[in-house]
Design a protein around this ligand. Structure first.
Ligand SMILES: [Zn+2]
Length: 324
């Protein structure tokens, strides 16, 4: 109750900031937006196969791309960011994290609008057909009667651990089959599917570490291993080493950035909700901000908030999560 009142209050303050904002048409900006899963249609929502997520349907995704293009954005790939974006433009990067097979549902929209997107893959999930732990944990907690709010709290607690510790904890608490995917909704790509997917001209792949390791929980040696073995696995599976990384959960540090650069990565994404002013500095190129897009919410309003100079709820989130 209190939380929903606070959310309503923040929304109202965001709307005031939006009304006062004059930057909506400002050039020389790069907006990056983050998706995870896509659902085929609203009928597929709320079945509990995935943990709490952004509830984005293909129609929501299509509406988002259409709205951003109509607002004058050019959709760009990581290589275009790396090469330097021409002055005077407004640019958008579309990103999907983790490596869910359901991301193939994006292809129709990408082909239709000729829009590139970058898909960040945690490669051991692909190689081992292993469910993402937050989905598995959430399903197991729901079975024991936990509400979505309680599931979120438990998931946040576990995020301070290494991947090995999380897997061991889940298997011990719920049995070894807990990390088995349920269906095409929650499973990762298989290696042949990923190879095929990567052949699409609008698809770019990026590094999301081998085991979705939250890098700030790792030693420098573990960081280097997680990033390098993901680069190696992608080269084996799809034939190239990416130039771009998304830090799992957005958590990064100077040593995580260094480990990424040492593995040959030239562009990095966090989940700090802010846009970028162009030209990018060398430091900001490795720690680009990204916004989350949510299904079932006003598409145009969300897109306008991505372009705004100051959004109170985004500033609050940055204050609460400095590691993002
Ligand atoms: Zn992730």
């Amino acid at each position: 109750m209190l939380k929903s009142l606070m959310k309503q209050g923040l929304n109202a303050v965001d709307d005031l900031a939006l009304a006062a904002d004059r930057r909506a048409q400002a050039p020389d900006t790069l907006v990056n937006v983050l998706f995870h899963s896509l659902y085929e249609s609203p009928a597929h929502l709320g079945k509990g196969e995935l943990g709490p997520n952004q509830d984005v349907t293909v129609a929501d995704f299509r509406g988002f791309v259409e709205e951003m293009l109509e607002s004058g954005y050019t959709v760009v790939s990581p290589a275009q960011i790396d090469a330097g974006l021409p002055p005077g433009g407004r640019y958008l990067t579309i990103t999907f994290d983790d490596g869910y097979f359901n991301n193939t549902l994006a292809l129709g929209v990408l082909n239709e609008f000729r829009a590139p997107a970058t898909f960040f893959i945690s490669t051991d999930h692909v190689r081992q057909n292993k469910a993402f732990w937050w989905d598995a944990f959430s399903r197991a907690l729901a079975r024991s009667g936990a509400t979505p709010g309680e599931q979120k709290i438990e998931i946040e607690r576990v995020k301070t651990w290494t991947p090995e510790k999380i897997d061991a904890f889940l298997c011990e608490r719920f049995g070894p089959s807990v990390l088995k995917p349920h269906s095409d909704v929650d499973r990762p790509f298989t290696p042949p599917e990923l190879r095929q997917f990567a052949l699409n001209p609008w698809v770019h792949l990026g590094n999301h570490t081998r085991d979705h390791a939250i890098l700030t929980n790792c030693t420098p040696g573990q960081m280097a291993h997680q990033i390098e073995s993901c680069q190696h696995a992608l080269a084996e599976m799809v034939g190239y080493r990416p130039i771009v990384i998304a830090y799992p959960n957005g958590n990064h540090s100077p040593s995580a950035v260094r480990a990424a650069q040492d593995a040959g990565l030239r562009v990095g994404f966090t989940v700090a909700p802010h846009s970028e002013q162009l030209p990018l500095s060398d430091a900001s190129r490795m720690t680009l901000g990204r916004f989350l897009f949510f299904g079932g919410q006003d598409i145009r309003r969300q897109c306008r908030l991505f372009s705004a100079r100051f959004v109170p709820s985004h500033a609050l989130k940055r204050l609460m999560h400095p590691a993002y």
